[in-house]
Write a protein that binds this ligand. Structure first.
Ligand SMILES: [Zn+2]
Length: 376
């Protein structure tokens, strides 16, 4: 592998503006690199379903003769970056890449994209032994895993159907942590509808939806429920003058849990509180629940995880499998039978304007993945 080329790829990529739903120029960059290496790929296009402009790209590097007994693998990274990400101005300092602009850096997940491009180029240029390698580049991960969700596997030709062992290059923090378990998530929208009245003249004729909603929330345990369950109320909207009894209040909340059954129990408990509180205040209650994604878990008895940890060990890094609190494309792929882990690529403080990349982490994960691919 070529560390300089890897870093240059990363610097090229972060300078390309690519917020969610508008990753087309990153896609073009990837296509250009794949074309130069004569790697075949398909574009799988359902992005108009959610108003995006960029298809999913699935590339395949066919096995070579000396690699036919090695492990097949699918690699995955996302092309979009959290805003603000316009005109990123990267610079290097003490082994880190930071940005002078008041933006995110976009190491999340352009570090992952860079690693995959470097892996493919190294396999070809150094004529290394490898089995079939698939690379999946997704759009609009940051706004609800929309690119991954848009994939219809039954429309993809057999040749490009990725193998079910998948490494997602999109984990935060150090490369010594490999995400093997993550929560499922529910998003819950609740609307309370009461009755307006003049707050000074006849408040008793009103039904205060805002007050009822606050009562409902006050009965709930919110935040960290236990070591594997969290919940949060993100917004509450009810905007009336002080002399009007509010007849409407809307909230939006989320619930995450590593265990699907327990998540459902917690969800049912929340719903019950909303309903009974609405009843107490004699107001209407409308609840919309979206099961945003299933949990990330290992469905192969830990074989993939063991091999990934071994690859890190082989390059001198003592990595361990960890539980994480966020979701990524791996959660969506699991529904379709993929078994995934998410590896670190050196991104820190992501989703903030203090985001930075640890260059050696990006190099080490690239090296470890090559080790995974090329060694028995
Ligand atoms: Zn990411």
């Amino acid at each position: 592998m070529d560390n300089k080329r890897l870093l240059n790829t990363f610097l090229d990529l972060v300078k390309i503006y690519s917020p969610s739903k508008n990753e087309i120029n990153v896609l073009n960059y990837i296509k250009d690199r794949l074309d130069k290496l004569k790697i075949k790929y398909i574009l799988h296009d359902h992005c108009s379903d959610y108003g995006g402009n960029t298809p999913v790209l699935i590339a395949k590097l066919d096995k070579n003769e000396k690699g036919k007994n090695l492990k097949k693998i699918s690699l995955c990274a996302h092309m979009d970056v959290v805003e603000p990400c316009f005109e990123v101005k990267p610079y290097i300092e003490d082994g880190l890449v930071k940005t002078k602009s008041n933006t995110t850096l976009g190491a999340d997940d352009k570090a992952g994209v860079s690693c995959i491009l470097e892996i493919l180029e190294t396999l070809i240029k150094e004529n290394l032994a490898h089995n079939d390698i698939f690379a999946i580049f997704t759009p609009s991960e940051e706004i609800g895993l929309l690119g991954a969700k848009s994939i219809k596997w039954n429309e993809i030709s057999k040749e490009f159907l990725p193998v079910k062992d998948m490494i997602v290059l999109d984990n935060a923090n150090g490369v010594d942590e490999v995400a093997m378990q993550g929560p499922c998530m529910y998003v819950i929208d609740v609307t309370f509808k009461g009755l307006s009245s003049h707050a000074g003249i006849e408040p008793e004729k009103g039904k205060n939806a805002l007050f009822a909603m606050c009562k409902a929330i006050s009965k709930m345990k919110i935040g960290r429920l236990n070591d594997h369950t969290t919940s949060n109320v993100g917004s509450i909207i009810s905007n009336f003058p002080t002399n009007v009894v509010p007849n409407e209040c809307k909230i939006k909340m989320e619930l995450r849990c590593l265990d699907e059954k327990e998540a459902k129990d917690n969800l049912d408990n929340y719903i019950e509180i909303f309903k009974s509180t609405a009843k107490e205040f004699d107001i209407e209650c409308k609840i919309d629940v979206e099961y945003d994604y299933p949990p990330l878990k290992q469905i192969d008895n830990g074989v993939l995880l063991k091999n990934v940890l071994k690859a890190y060990k082989n390059i001198g890094i003592d990595a361990k499998g960890i539980k994480i609190g966020g979701g990524c494309d791996a959660n969506i792929f699991l529904k379709d039978g993929f078994n995934s882990v998410a590896v670190g690529v050196g991104m820190y403080k992501m989703h903030t304007t203090d985001e930075y990349l640890v260059i050696s982490d990006m190099e080490n994960t690239t090296k470890a993945m090559l080790n995974y691919i090329c060694k028995d």
